[in-house]
Design a protein around this ligand. Structure first.
Ligand code: HEC
Length: 135
């Protein structure tokens, strides 16, 4: 009913739902979460397909931190953030990616992407190296 009550910088807007509408929506989401899809799509297949080939450690981190929840690579993933299929062409500078992952709003003003301040320097480098290979 008011995303910012839970998360002060939530990007999700207040939808103006009544309490009854919110209850109905929760019941619906609960129901869809229990629909038996016979384990389709199989998770590892999805993750590997989404990450492309040969990304190494950076690709594993992309999966570990669930970047695909908001980003697509080659048609697989969420759509809350930009499609990263060709992000390496658009943004070839690894230092930009490292700064962006640590603190998105330091390079994109008003960014709605969450910061990943707990990544180690090695993880930031591996993830950045992976991102610039996406072309
Ligand atoms: C909750 C959703 C969300 C998650 C999770 C998320 N992002 Fe983002 N991301 C965004 C949004 C929104 C933007 C656009 C604003 C910006 O550029 O900061 C963005 C932008 C980006 C960009 C810049 C793309 C461009 O074309 O400028 C990159 C690269 C990126 N994200 C990588 C990642 C990586 C890697 C992860 C996982 C460690 C990740 N994102 C996790 C929402 C998300």
């Amino acid at each position: 009913m008011d995303p910012r009550v839970i998360k002060a910088d939530a990007a999700m807007p207040k939808l103006g739902l009544s309490e009854e509408e919110a209850d109905n929506l929760i019941a619906f989401l609960d129901w869809t979460s229990k629909v038996d899809t016979n384990d389709w799509p199989p998770k590892p297949v999805l993750a590997v397909a989404a990450a492309g080939k040969g990304g190494g450690e950076g690709q594993m981190l992309y999966q570990k931190y669930d970047c695909a929840a908001c980003h697509q690579v080659r048609g697989l993933g969420g759509t809350a953030g930009p499609d990263l299929t060709n992000v390496g062409t658009r943004r070839p500078d690894i230092d930009w990616h490292i700064r962006h992952l640590k603190d998105p709003s330091s390079v994109v003003s008003g960014s709605a992407m969450p910061a990943f301040p707990n990544l180690t320097d090695d993880e930031l480098k591996a993830l950045g190296e992976y991102l610039i290979t996406l072309k």
